[in-house]
Design a protein. Structure first.
Length: 163
């Protein structure tokens, strides 16, 4: 049987027969994430940061890095009911954020959605910088000048003129 590690949470896994008898809600359980050592450097850095964040939000005295693999957090502690992807570090579900058993203020979910929409508008999640050509909202003085887009017309020369 699996129990949720969050203080004050009494969620635990049950057999299918017992769930049918008691008509209780089915919760999913998620292990405290491990550090991804054999992937790219960014994955390692993010997974280390994520593990530290999960452990700090669990906020239990007996849990250290060494024995954290034996503990689970239930779906009640995530906005969407499950943790987000590792590289989605601005998502409120990147670490448990709801009903943590102490005075934790959860991150603003609307802020995350605005950031996600903004990155999709700019293309593939990459934000463009204003100092790149064509991205600035400021008028280009050269582009507005009358000679900028003017075509150069050939001037006819008289015969025998040296250039």
């Amino acid at each position: 049987m699996v129990h949720c590690v969050i203080v004050g949470c009494n969620s635990y896994s049950q057999s299918k027969a017992k769930k049918l008898k008691t008509d209780t809600k089915d919760y999913s359980f998620f292990k405290i994430p491990k550090v991804r050592l054999h992937e790219c450097g960014k994955a390692k850095e993010l997974s280390e940061r994520r593990r530290r964040e999960w452990l700090s939000r669990v906020n239990r005295r007996g849990i250290q890095e060494a024995n954290a693999d034996n503990y689970f957090v239930c779906s009640r502690h995530f906005v969407s009911g499950r943790p987000s992807h590792l590289f989605d570090d601005c998502n409120p579900d990147w670490a448990p954020s709801m009903s943590l058993g102490y005075g934790f203020s959860s991150p603003n979910e609307s802020r995350y959605h605005r950031r996600k929409e903004r990155s999709q508008r700019t293309g593939d999640g990459v934000l463009h910088h204003a100092d790149e050509p064509g991205d600035s909202d400021e008028p280009d003085p050269m582009r507005d000048s009358p000679t900028h887009n003017a075509e150069i017309e050939p001037t006819p020369l008289a015969l025998g003129t040296r250039i």
